[in-house]
Design a protein around this ligand. Structure first.
Ligand code: 13P
Ligand code: ZN
Length: 274
C-alpha cells in the first residue's frame, strides 16, 4: 500500500483540510498530531526514509518508541491536501522520549510543528488518563474563541459556563469543561507544561489571544469537539453583539436536569449562581 493510501493518513489529511475550510488556519496557523497504532506503523513502514535524531525540547518518557503523524512547522494547512508529503511527516520517538526522528515526509526539508512540545506533553497526559484511547491532539486558531479571550475573564469557570449556555449540546459534548491558559509565549516547554496540566482535567484548553487545543480518541471526535466549542463561541459573539445581557438562558436547574437524562457529571464549580 502507498503511504498516502493508509486510512489513518487519509483521515489526518481530511481533518486538516476541514479545519482549513472552516477558516481556522490562516497561513501556517495551527497544527495537528496523531499517535499512530502499531498495526498502522506496520502498514506503511516499507516507505520509511529515516532522518537524524533531533531533540524534542521536552521529555515525554511514557511515549518512548511511539510514532506520530504531525504537520510541519511553517507549513500551510491549505496545502496539506494537495502536497501532503511536503506538508506533514511521520516521526518516531527514542527510548527516552527526549528525541524524535522523521521517518517519512517533509520531502523538501523542515521539521515538525514548533508546538511539538505541547502536542507530545498533551499526548502523554491524555494517553495515561484515557487508558491509551486518546490519539489526536489538534491546535487551531479558532476566530470566535480568540475574540472572547479579549472580553471574558480568563478563567475555566467563566469560559466553560458561558460556552455551555450557548448550545444545549455543549455540556454533553464537553462535560468536564474547558481550561484557559493566560497569554504565554508559544512554541516552548513552558506553555506545553501549562497546557498539559489542564489536559489532566479537560479535553479542551484555550490559549488566550491565540487559539485552542483539543484532544480526542479519533479524527471525528477531536474535530467535532473543536467545532462544537468554536460554534458555541460564535453564538456567544453574536449574542453579545446584539445586546450585552440575555432575556432568557439555560438555567442551573436546566443543566442539572440535562445531566440526569444524558448521564453526564457536570462539576459543581461551573454551576454557580450569577
Ligand atoms: P507551526 O507552523 O510551527 O506549526 O506553528 C503554527 C502555530 O500555530 C503556532 O502556535
Ligand atoms: Zn498557534
Amino acid at each position: 500500500m502507498r503511504f498516502l493510501d493508509a486510512e489513518f493518513v487519509q483521515g489526518f489529511i481530511r481533518m486538516a483540510n476541514d479545519g482549513w475550510d472552516l477558516g481556522w488556519h490562516e497561513r501556517n496557523g495551527g497544527n495537528l498530531s496523531y499517535r499512530v497504532k502499531p498495526e498502522e506503523v506496520e502498514e506503511v513502514k516499507e516507505h520509511f526514509v529515516i532522518k537524524e535524531w533531533q531533540p524534542i525540547g521536552t521529555s515525554v518518557p511514557k511515549l518512548a518508541g511511539e510514532y506520530f503523524l504531525v504537520t510541519g512547522s511553517g507549513k500551510f494547512f491549505r496545502n496539506v491536501i494537495i502536497k501532503p508529503e511536503d506538508s506533514i511527516c511521520m516521526i518516531e520517538l527514542d527510548e527516552m522520549g527526549e528525541n524524535y526522528r522523521i521517518v517519512w515526509g517533509l520531502v523538501n526539508g523542515g521539521r515538525p510543528t514548533s508546538e511539538l512540545p505541547s502536542h507530545l506533553m498533551n499526548h502523554e497526559v491524555k494517553m495515561l488518563a484515557t487508558d491509551g484511547k486518546h490519539r489526536v491532539i489538534y491546535h487551531a486558531h479558532t476566530t470566535n474563541v480568540i475574540a472572547l479571550t479579549f472580553v471574558l475573564p480568563l478563567t475555566d469557570e467563566v469560559f466553560t459556563r458561558e460556552l455551555w449556555e450557548m448550545a444545549t449540546e455543549c455540556p454533553v459534548v464537553f462535560p468536564q469543561g474547558i481550561g484557559v491558559v493566560p497569554w504565554m509565549v508559544p512554541g516552548g516547554r513552558d506553555i506545553a507544561v501549562a497546557t498539559s496540566e489542564l489536559m489532566k482535567q479537560y479535553d479542551v484548553a484555550i490559549w488566550a489571544h491565540h487559539g485552542m487545543f483539543a484532544s480526542g480518541e479519533d479524527f471525528d471526535l477531536t474535530f467535532g469537539l473543536m467545532h462544537t466549542v468554536e460554534k458555541s463561541a460564535e453564538i456567544l459573539v453574536k449574542m453579545l453583539s446584539m445586546r450585552p445581557d440575555k432575556l432568557q438562558t439555560i438555567t442551573v436547574q436546566n443543566f442539572k436536569d440535562l445531566a440526569v437524562d444524558f448521564k453526564v457529571e457536570l462539576p459543581e464549580k461551573f454551576l454557580y449562581e450569577k
